[in-house]
Design a protein around this ligand. Structure first.
Ligand SMILES: NC(=O)c1ccc[n+]([C@@H]2O[C@H](COP(=O)([O-])OP(=O)(O)OC[C@H]3O[C@@H](n4cnc5c(N)ncnc54)[C@H](OP(=O)(O)O)[C@@H]3O)[C@@H](O)[C@H]2O)c1
Length: 264
């Protein structure tokens, strides 16, 4: 299968590092014009430069904006009024016992992980419908289906994304626009490396901590290791392609088999 995104503009939120950076890079490699986003001007410019260097593409455009705020969403929309592919990837996580999470943190997680994507989708999807083509993906998590005891507020936001994406897909039925969510499992990003080091202990080689993390905390993994960001990007690239036209309203797993059910 040859995936060609020439002529398409893709916005990937939270693409200065981790999974978002890998998705933006894979889109650039497939010929898309890519809008890279993070909160910090310099980090966002550097990420765009890194992708240009890796792929040879000249069509990589940094837009620094905090997508967790309406002002940030407006800034992106002003810079890029129309996109063909929207990847709502920005997300935060942190471990806190559920009875110690204050209202402010419940709200912050909802604003960053859910409302950020809702605002952008609300602007872009009707315009995609007008043009008869579009792809929207919410980057959710295995935590949507298996709420982690150490971060229930995070799990809540990831489950909410499934409802939002399915509902939006239903709202644009038959339009040529698809809306889906992708559920990554534990993926080797700098934040997850730190999370595992803090949880398991920093006094051993990372590969040993990774093995212990999988055995203790994600024992249902069929992969037996962390997923690489590029492995997530491969599925996102396919779902964003012309070829994925019959996939909409779906919750698609790239979780290394962590979710131990037949259907998510
Ligand atoms: N890694 C995993 O194991 C895993 C598993 C399942 C699901 N996921 C999901 O995958 C997505 C990406 O995770 P990741 O691990 O790749 O994260 P990450 O490495 O921490 O990267 C997060 C990205 O989001 C940006 N960001 C954070 N807050 C932002 C905001 N308010 N506005 C704009 N950008 C913002 C960061 O950029 P700046 O810091 O430069 O602003 C960074 O580029 C998240 O939705 C996460 O829930 C991850």
């Amino acid at each position: 299968m040859h995936i060609d995104l020439t002529g398409r503009t893709a916005l990937v939120t939270g693409s200065t590092s981790g999974i978002g950076y890998a998705i933006a890079t894979s889109f650039a490699g497939a010929g898309a014009r890519v809008v890279v986003n993070g909160r910090d001007e310099r980090r966002t410019r550097e990420a765009a430069a890194g992708i240009r260097e890796e792929t040879g593409s000249t069509e990589i455009h940094p837009v620094a904006a905090d997508v967790a705020t309406s002002e940030g969403a407006e800034k992106i929309i002003a810079a890029e009024p129309d996109v063909d592919i929207l990847i709502n990837n920005t997300g935060i996580f942190s471990a806190t016992p559920v009875f110690e999470i204050p209202d402010s943190e419940w709200r912050r997680f909802f604003e960053v992980n859910v409302l950020s994507g809702v605002r952008l989708a609300r602007h872009y999807i009707p315009r995609m419908v007008g043009r008869g083509w579009g792809r929207v993906i919410f980057i959710s998590s295995d935590s949507a289906v298996l709420p982690p005891t150490e971060m229930v507020h995070y799990g809540m936001t990831k489950t909410a994304q499934l409802a939002v994406s399915r509902g939006m897909a239903q709202s644009v039925a038959g339009s040529g626009v698809t809306v889906n969510s992708v559920l990554p499992g534990p993926t080797r990003t700098p934040g997850v490396e730190q999370f595992i080091t803090d949880l398991i202990g920093g006094d051993m080689p990372f590969e040993e901590a990774e093995q212990r993390f999988i055995a203790q905390e994600r024992p249902t993994s069929l992969l037996g290791r962390l997923i690489l960001p590029e492995e997530i990007a491969n599925l996102v690239l396919y779902v964003s392609s012309e070829q994925a036209s019959a996939t909409s309203g779906a919750a698609l797993r790239v979780d290394g088999g962590v979710i131990p059910t037949l259907i998510p």
